[in-house]
Design a protein around this ligand. Structure first.
Ligand code: XMP
Length: 513
């Protein structure tokens, strides 16, 4: 279901760390863009009908044995090409120039002198740019001119305006390159002559029409988890096929306070979606009784989920399509050409094997997370649903350390709700990427009135991160922590101590289990 009707830019991925960011920046400019492995054969590139090609950075040296190259025809298609970092070095070498190892690795912000060029049209001639490289171009290929330089990198950008081939040693996609956005815009609009014909309302329209055509009179089944992706998927499919969509929502009893009711009110109540709401709290708690090992908890929850879902799905009869909220980062192939890295969707992993259906629908597989959110808003989902923080598939099971009981789950839901309320009240919900309470299995002595207590410790975790791979703990204001702590020990029975987690990841993880 890719958007061949649109103007398209292809990003050829050579494995650099900012590559998805390049694609997102291009889309932010209203230009549809796909990321494919750098060494893709020319036929694959041609069939996408790109109007512009961007070669990304990458970890290799162009002369290293096995270093990835693009198909040589890329430079003779008559389509503008922009090489970034490794991409510029590759363009230099493949077109007959030379690259050499710089005296030392250059990393960080540098002042770059920009020469007049369509790529730098309208920009200040001196620019702060972000560099991260060991090699640099040392001889231009025929037809090229030097388009920018720094004190240590005399060929910091190259241009062949006739063939519309450009290269930059720095990274215009990162925000530390102050005029980087304008450079990308120049490439898209001035050099490639694009108009920016890709927008979220247009995408929603098209997706709706294409889903409608594909599904015909068929029945669609979707596991709704309450997370952003499945929620947007439900709203989109509902717009496309209305009552031919059935959603199954499994309440494990391990979701956050009031969440099952909110999901029900929104999708059944407001959207009028056919929703099978299974209250399976008992089933899950029984299956988890006596289990403390986190991996066993995850496994049991996964198995129970499939069982409960399967039973619910059978009640609707024949299903033609199983929908999943897979998003673009889940399906992008690795830039270095390794086998496709396709992750199964956390919460519905394993479902296809138990449901009898014709085809899987993945209507969000072209979108990045922030685009999924924009689409959600476009489809009328409320802000708080669209901006929901990530929540682990096994839910509160991995936030109750040790054995899970109904009583512990109830305590944690209350404590977590208080923390969320206080963060929201302080206006910080959008500033913190993930925050929650954990019920530790530490019990300690306290004093309540004249009596000693021996009760649970609740840990608060709040993190800031870009990618959830590395995180810093959030510097929440003391008064937010004070109010939260005070309310938890006063309002939640059996809790007499609250601690705040001040560890980064690594070495800690975000979750405690
Ligand atoms: P960690 O704890 O590994 O978490 O730093 C990284 C992100 O992944 C989420 N997470 C999970 N999500 N199933 C999920 O669907 C899981 O078992 C799981 N464990 C962790 C976590 O909440 C964080 O956003």
């Amino acid at each position: 279901m890719s958007q061949t009707k649109h103007q398209t830019v292809l990003v050829l991925d050579f494995g650099g760390q900012y590559n998805q960011l390049i694609a997102r920046r291009v889309r932010d400019e209203g230009v549809y863009c796909e990321l494919i492995p750098g060494a893709s054969p020319i036929e694959r590139i041609r069939e996408k009908h790109p109007q512009g090609i961007i070669l990304t950075g990458g970890p290799n040296s162009v002369y290293a044995p096995g270093a990835p190259r693009c198909a040589p025809e890329v430079f003779s298609l008559g389509i503008p090409v922009l090489g970034i970092c490794y991409g510029m070095q590759l363009m230099t070498v493949m077109l007959g120039g030379q690259v050499r190892s710089a005296e030392q690795k250059e990393y960080g912000q540098t002042v770059v002198n920009l020469n007049p060029s369509p790529l730098f049209e309208g920009l200040d001639s001196q620019a702060q740019c972000w560099m991260s490289h060991t090699d640099q171009a040392s001889r231009l290929p025929d037809g090229f001119e030097v388009a920018a330089s720094t004190s240590t990198c005399p060929i910091a950008a190259i241009a062949d305006t006739k063939r519309r081939l450009y290269g930059v040693q720095f990274h215009p996609e990162v925000q530390h390159t102050v005029q980087g956005e304008a450079m990308l815009r120049n490439f898209l609009y001035e050099v490639c002559g694009l108009t920016g014909d890709w927008s979220m309302p247009g995408y929603a329209e098209e997706m709706t029409a294409s889903l409608r055509a594909k599904v015909g009179a068929g029945r669609v089944l979707l596991a709704l988890s309450g997370g952003v992706d499945s929620a947007v998927c439900a709203a989109l499919l509902h717009r496309a096929v209305g009552k031919q969509l059935t959603c199954v929502f499994v309440d494990t009893g391990l979701m956050r306070k009031d969440e099952p009711e909110q999901v029900d009110a929104l999708f059944r109540g407001q959207f009028d979606i056919d929703l099978i709401h299974v209250n399976a709290a008992e089933t899950f708690l029984t299956a988890l009784r006596g289990v403390s090992d986190p991996e066993r908890k995850r496994k049991i929850i996964g198995e129970q989920f499939i069982r409960v879902f399967e039973r619910a799905a059978k009640t609707i009869g024949k299903v033609d399509f199983l929908a999943q909220g897979t998003i673009y980062p889940d399906v992008i192939e690795s830039g270095l050409g390794a086998a496709a890295t396709i992750k199964s969707h956390h919460n519905v992993g394993g479902l296809p094997s138990v449901i009898d259906f014709q085809e899987i629908l993945e209507p969000l597989r072209d979108l990045f997370k922030d685009e999924v959110r924009r689409l959600g808003l476009e489809l009328g989902l409320p802000e708080d649903m669209v901006w929901r923080q990530p929540f682990p598939g096994p839910g509160l099971a991995v936030r109750i350390l040790g054995e899970i009981t109904a009583e512990k789950a109830a305590l944690l839901k209350e404590a977590d709700a208080i923390f969320r309320q206080e963060v929201a009240r302080a206006g910080l919900s959008r500033d913190v990427n993930q925050y929650f309470a954990v019920l530790t299995n530490l019990r300690s002595v306290g004093v309540m009135g004249d009596e000693r207590t021996y009760d649970y410790t609740v840990a608060l975790r709040a993190v800031n991160t870009v990618d959830f791979m590395t995180v810093d703990w959030s510097r929440l204001p003391y008064d937010v922590l004070a109010r939260t702590s005070n309310r938890i020990v006063n309002e939640v029975p059996s809790v007499n101590r609250v601690v705040y987690d001040v560890t980064t990841k690594p070495p800690a993880t975000i979750e405690f289990e």
